[in-house]
Design a protein around this ligand. Sequence first.
Ligand code: A2P
Length: 337
Amino acid sequence: KQYKVAVVGATGAVGEAMLAVLAERKFPVGELVALASERSAGDYVQFGNDEVMVRDLATFDPAGVDIALFSAGGSISKQYAPKFAAAGAVVIDNSSTFRYDDDVPLVVSEVNPQEARNRPRGIIANPNCSTMQLMVALKPIHDAAGIERINIATYQSVSGTGRKALEELGKQTAALLNFHAAEPEVYPVQIAFNVIPHGGDFNDNGYTSEEMKLVWETKKILGDDAIRVNATVVRVPVFYGHSEAVNIETRDKLDARAARALLEKAPGVEVVDEHAPGGYPTPVTHASGTDPVYVGRIRDDLSHPRALNLWVVSDNIRKGAALNAVQIAELVAAERA
Ligand code: A2P
């Protein structure tokens, strides 16, 4: 079967990658519909060797769409995803709008693929980028030794914020190197040559929304409400690829050597862990533009008998968003095969 696939937010940073990944993985697309706001209607986006004209979401009739990949922000998902689902499409939504609803599965393709089938509302949620790579790395360890607590600090790239943030990092860097002032627009303070301990919005409890996503989504994806998560999210002046310094406490003792052996066999994971300069993954040397979740710096925690340290790096736009969304689409397509 060939599918009529709609990409909502096709002109955005994630939408562009969705189109690229669909083409690269040869998803059976019969017809591709690129949707965005009326601002970009009439523009063209690249899909494989084709140029596809962007259409205005507001006036598009979803009848006949088989699969819709949404990445145009939460308010657009809230308004339009139910309409696409009602018209018969399976919606794969990259926003946080439906992630915590009990009747919407939250799926990482290597971790809980079976849950994609159970979608009473016709909507499957794609997890947050930081949670995504963390789950791919931690699932084999959780299965083997039972993770009780996760302590994480992230080093998140600007692409997670969208196209305007990519431009802001470029512009500020160029301005500062030319002795001009950096003007913050997307971020509250200068991002070039800086780090910002803030992702998303502030909650009443003092944590940011990006931090609480790690707490809530981890429990839902691993199906374990008992896992405790302590998170600090930091935005860094990197274009593509999120990094995470992760400390985990396990129920059963699992040493670094055993964890490494598990990770070397884990789907979607690539271990890069030589104890030498450069023998670890970074966004620029490994993750940017690639598919795997890279894990390095695997160490026993010297301060705790059942804890480990890991360094986890992945392209937040690929596995963290577009790639996983397309992998979910592949799961949906496989149901009919
Ligand atoms: P547009 O280019 O027309 O504004 P990013 O996260 O990189 O900023 O991308 C956001 C995506 O969401 C873009 O494709 C953007 O399209 C799309 N988008 C934003 N607002 C709307 C809207 N009101 N209707 C449809 N698409 C929207």
